[in-house]
Write a protein that binds this ligand. Structure first.
Ligand code: ZN
Length: 185
């Protein structure tokens, strides 16, 4: 079982992550794909607009209490929690976030809008909301973004994304030496 998401974990904690965990992130504009995947996993991950200057980025991270994720190796620390990421493939970024900040890639899958980060609302009546008939045959959940109005359901794209999240989470269990947890239902 994954740890409760809101329970902070600290350096030296035998459960693994070596830094305190908050569950809110601010990604610089270079990391749009990572923001999308953090949202898919259920994390509150905001994305800075292209061209945002350093001061605005740092001020926002501080004001909103977010871990700043950046590819900019030269961004000043400024007393903030900043994780400077190398330019590597996504699965490697997933590993770094897991190990450095305790990210659980199956925290609350598909509970946030992939586009704008809003928390999704479950639809009481998918048909009335406009979910097309073939999709309504799926087991659900059917959700809507209150911000942009997009509808989400567990179609093939979402299922592929979920399998990827499961692989990243399984790698976590394997790396901790609990092979019994490496297969995720
Ligand atoms: Zn949205």
């Amino acid at each position: 079982m994954p740890s409760p998401p809101d329970r902070p974990r600290f350096e030296g904690d035998p459960r693994g992550p070596r830094r305190a965990v908050t569950d809110r992130f601010l990604c610089d504009a270079m990391l749009a794909h990572l923001a999308r995947w953090l949202r898919a996993a259920g994390y509150d991950a905001e994305l800075a607009r292209p061209g945002t200057d350093d001061r605005t980025l740092l001020d926002r991270a501080r004001r909103e209490g977010r871990i700043l994720l950046t590819c900019d190796r030269n961004l000043p620390g400024d007393g903030l929690d900043i994780l400077r990421l190398p330019m590597v493939e996504l699965s490697e970024l997933a590993r770094i976030l897991r190990e450095e900040r305790g990210v659980d890639w199956l925290r609350a899958p598909f509970s946030r809008c992939l586009v704008d980060n809003a928390e999704l609302e479950e639809l009481a009546d998918p048909a009335a909301a406009g979910v097309p008939p073939p999709a309504r045959q799926l087991p659900g959940p059917f959700t809507r973004c209150p911000r942009c109005g997009r509808l989400f359901w567990p179609g093939s794209h979402v299922r592929r994304m979920r399998r990827r999240l499961e692989r990243w989470r399984a790698a976590d269990a394997a790396s901790k030496g609990f092979p019994g947890e490496s297969s995720v239902a």
